[in-house]
Design a protein around this ligand. Sequence first.
Ligand SMILES: Cc1ncc(COP(=O)(O)O)c(C=O)c1O
Length: 451
Amino acid sequence: MNVADSHVFHGSGWQNPYRVAEYGKGIYLYDSEGKCYLDAIAGTHVVSIGHGVEEVADAVAAQLRKLSFVNKGQFTTAAQEELAEVVTALAPAGMDRVTFPTGGSIANEMALLIAQMYHKERGKPGKVKMISRWHSYHGRTLATAAMSGSAAIRQSIAPYDLGFPHIQAPHCYQCPFHLTFPGCQLACADDLARTLEQEGPDSIAAFIAEPIVGGSGSGITPPPGYYERIREICDEYDILFISEEVITGFGRTGKNFGIDHWNTIPDIITSTKALSSGYAPIGAIIVHGRIWDTFVNGKRKMVPAFTTYSGHPASCAAALAVQKYIARHQLIDRSARMGSYLMTQLCKLAEREPLIGDVRGKGLMIGVEFVQDRATHKPFPRKHQLIETIVKTGLENGLILRGRPGTGVGIDGDHTLLSPPFVISEEQCDELVQRFESTLTQVKQRLKLSV
Ligand SMILES: Cc1ncc(COP(=O)(O)O)c(C=O)c1O
């Protein structure tokens, strides 16, 4: 459908007609003209159990027949209570309280509010700012846009500035310090201590980071010891550590949470996508018991940590059915196994495809970075519109991809994050890699790239 014929305020993609999505099954989507697409990005890194699982639809319908909405200040629901038990059982030790926001931006915004109120209850009302990292994305609200550190997004949209500082990302392939692990001695983690000293720790509430970077850094994975060092610094300066697991949570990386790959327990986890697999909008803000205790024993006796549709009964029912499905079919183990198979196949592809500079990530969250020169890691300049052409050509080839510019210090460079549903099989991973390879071959011809 052409954007000109629609009344929807579509936010992007105005140049091309929108395809009308009709139905999905497993890792495939079908449009209204019957064309089949392999969904290599699970919607937007959302769909964990695959498209079209009927038992989830049944659970939502049953909930809505019984109860559709209730005032959260006075009532809870069985679905919300059971989901809270399931989620806190998956969370790291001691993280035993959870509230259910409607999405990722609001989860991160609420996490900031919780951190600010935590410090206020402890007599430190000046600790209000968030430190985050370059090469990050935390959402579209003003505060989360100010946290986000994607240079390409920041430069193309608006001058968000709430005075939130950013530290360098643990981006080993394009190390901002031009160092190599382990000789670097985790200079990127120590950048947090340096920034805290410069800013003054009395103004900082928390540090937020995606344990493995999502769409704005496609799978950037810090080296061993990184989050352990981050935890030490947060404790030393009395700031909270928020593990931003909007994508990495609930099995995407082959463990319950992305932070589980390190020996670190955060103060707050925010997570959304794989929780309900996209069957309904819901996220989780999981909070350590000691923060909860501070509020319960504090003066205000309340935390305004929800909005109208938080903990919506239909969304809780959907998430509960999805989490039961994941547990019954052992899909987190499968995400680890299929992730390691897909990673091996993509590394083999990288050996024969010079456009690919780096393949990285964990589980079914695998980033591919494209370069002009594999020896120097030099990115393509923006004028080539490489990632846009890859995504467009992929769609023509029945392969749904997503990617962003900006790999080094500026907006040059291109990368994509592959994140198929956890139910993908080895044969389907092969099919994904084949379609990806032929897409890259066509793009090189189209853009007349000589690499
Ligand atoms: C890592 C990360 N954080 C936050 C968000 C924002 O979530 P939402 O779009 O649900 O507000 C996203 C969305 O893609 C994301 O990928």
